[in-house]
Design a binder for this molecule. Structure first.
Ligand code: CU
Length: 120
């Protein structure tokens, strides 16, 4: 039993210290660590937000986006910042000034666009 509790605490500690916790939003299920793990990065929870492409850096695999609030990442206001993209091919579909809709997540400390579509 002691071992089980210790393991659970370690899992909880690493979950809490991981920046990706913010991706879950503040749904208040912190009392159930196992439950939290299962729900992390569920695509259905992610909401597409508007962004404007400022700079595409294919060499670095990054795009700079002016974006609205990304509440799943704890960003409550608009800002301009660089993101990695999950699929490098998306960079070919983006150019300066493009309006897009996207979902970003914190993947091991790297802010990454995990969903993307051109805005109509
Ligand atoms: Cu930001």
């Amino acid at each position: 039993m002691k071992t089980v509790i210790a393991t659970a605490l370690i899992a909880l500690a690493s979950t809490l210290s991981a920046p990706s916790m913010a991706a879950d939003g503040h749904n208040g299920h912190g009392a159930m660590p196992a439950d939290m793990k299962m729900q992390s990065h569920a695509p259905a929870e992610a909401k597409m937000v508007d962004g404007t492409v400022k700079k595409v850096d294919k060499t670095a695999g990054k795009v700079t986006l002016a974006h609205g609030p990304l509440t799943n990442l704890g960003m409550d206001m608009s800002m301009t910042m660089a993101f990695r993209v999950k699929d490098a091919a998306w960079l070919d579909q983006m150019k300066d000034g493009d309006k897009i809709r996207f979902v970003a997540e914190d993947i091991n400390g790297v802010l990454t666009v995990v969903k993307f579509e051109p805005a109509k």
